[in-house]
Ligand binder design. Structure first.
Ligand code: GDP
Ligand code: IMO
Ligand code: MG
Length: 428
């Protein structure tokens, strides 16, 4: 039996999808524990590209059970659209289950997401506008709908009457926009319920059964530690816990069962949306890395902000998540960059910091402290063993592990499953 957690160690889009796909070959079950269709995980396998938002990136292996855990928020429309796309690509979804406890994105949630952003004006967060924040808000406020509610039409109807009154009052009085119609929502969601029915399960016996059988389980993180509601650059964060702790609560697997935690880190840093980003590059080099790395969001198509590797962030992610091993991705994107810089800490108001500070204004205005390394100026895409990498690339990888505080067990040199250098055991 082994349970491996995979977390994003930066601001999301670290290449988690690629790594999950790679590791899923050696496990029996992949569980996603948090987030919703704000996530966009791209997997390239044998030259074919797949994009996942809600469905775990292990789905390409028919022998792997894929679980949408109760910590996630599921938009039934997005889920059905994703299913249709996957089926169109010839991928079986027979081994997919959704927790009946997962919360549901309702039609008014994306509306509140967009209105909330408009209301913030210049201070907007740059959310994905998928209604993820408002759905988690309702969960915590205890007026959320859960996937299992789709199987209880009378309960849905009664509850929707109550909840929609609150929502419509806010929409019409606070925002001055049209209210939602109860019957239209009910009709639509009852239809969704019929289509989703075969996937909805109590995942407790499924997950505990896998543990009892001694199966190997992989917990797929979405977003990244710096987008965590507590540890991240609040309020420029997402509304869930994309951490090792969140993986446990969102799947029902206790911390005592965790065998290993793997952190995925880009060889540089990117961020979509607003908020502090100390190592951001505002120059032509940043643009070049964006182009070479195709740093445009999978979900919203927005250009991702680009910067140097931030070891203060990486160490923070390693220490707060108990990262046992790092998987460094997109090394190939730095093939033509020389020199390469690594941020090892910050100076803010004359004070040195070795980790991200809570004060968002200080974090925004701090100065990065950098060390510089020579680039390798040669292609790495075809490297499959550590020895194949140019010496300067090997030195960079070693240094990333040293400054972040965890060994590097995997390096990705291209988007495809095969563009990978495995250095350690990864899955126990
Ligand atoms: P995720 O959200 O963490 O799963 O990451 P995304 O899929 O949103 O973004 C990562 C992007 O980089 C995807 O388009 C991947 O196909 C691509 N990618 C992953 N690893 C590598 C790599 O090593 N090199 C290059 N060039 N692209 C990669
Ligand atoms: P994956 O799993 C990168 C960002 C948004 C915004 C903030 C809040 O692909 O790494 P939200 O819609 O969640 O309320 O937006 O979080 N964000 C992501 N950025 N990758 C993601 O997921 C993200 N999911 C949310 O851009 O800044
Ligand atoms: Mg992504």
């Amino acid at each position: 039996m082994s349970v491996t957690i995979l977390v994003g160690g930066q601001w999301g889009d670290e290449g988690k999808g690629k790594v999950i796909d790679l590791l899923a070959d050696g496990v029996d079950m992949v569980v996603r524990s948090q987030g919703g269709n704000n996530a966009g995980h791209t997997v390239v396998s044998g030259g074919r590209e797949f994009r996942f938002q809600l469905i775990p990136s292990g789905i390409l292996y028919p022998q792997v059970t894929c679980v949408i855990g109760h910590g996630m928020v599921v938009d039934p429309r997005a889920f059905l659209a994703e299913l249709a796309t996957l089926r169109g690509q010839g991928i079986s979804t027979d081994n997919l289950v959704i927790s009946d406890r997962a919360h549901m994105v309702m039609p008014y949630h994306p509306a509140f997401d967009k209105l909330g952003e408009q209301q913030r004006g210049d201070d907007r967060l740059g959310t994905t506008a998928r209604g993820i924040g408002p759905t988690y808000e309702d969960k915590v406020r205890r007026i959320g709908f859960r996937i299992g509610d789709l199987q209880k039409p009378r309960f849905m109807e009664k509850k929707l009457r109550f909840v929609l009154r609150l929502k419509n009052e806010a929409l019409t009085r606070l925002y001055g926009v049209d209210p939602f119609d109860e019957q239209t929502i009910l009709d639509e969601y009852m239809q969704h319920g019929e289509l989703l029915d075969r996937y909805i399960r109590d995942i407790y016996p499924i997950v505990q059964g896998a543990i009892a059988r001694g199966d190997r389980i992989l917990l797929e993180g979405a977003q990244g530690v710096m987008l965590d509601i507590d540890l991240g650059t609040y309020p420029y964060v997402t509304s869930s816990a994309p951490t090792a702790g969140g993986a446990c609560t969102g799947s029902g697997i206790p911390p005592s069962r965790i065998s290993k935690t793997i952190g995925v880190f880009k060889a540089y840093t990117t961020r979509v949306g607003y908020g502090p980003f100390p190592t951001e590059l505002h120059d032509g080099l940043g643009e070049r890395i964006r182009e070479v790395g195709a740093e445009f969001g999978t979900v919203t198509g927005r250009a991702r902000r680009v910067g140097w590797f931030d070891a203060a962030v990486a160490r923070y992610a390693v220490n707060t998540n108990g990262v046992d091993a790092m998987f460094v991705t997109k090394l190939d994107v730095l093939d033509s960059v020389d020199p390469i810089r690594i941020c090892t800490g910050y100076v803010s108001k004359g004070e040195s910091w070795d980790h991200p500070m809570a004060n968002i204004s200080h974090m925004k205005h701090c100065e990065g402290v950098y060390e510089e390394m020579p680039g390798w100026l040669s292609p790495t895409r075809d490297c499959r063993r550590l020895e194949d990498l140019p010496a300067a690339a090997r030195a960079y990888i070693t240094r990333l592990g040293e400054v972040s505080g965890a060994p590097v067990e995997g390096v990705s040199v291209g988007p495809d499953r095969e563009h990978t250098i495995v250095l350690g055991p990864l899955i126990p």
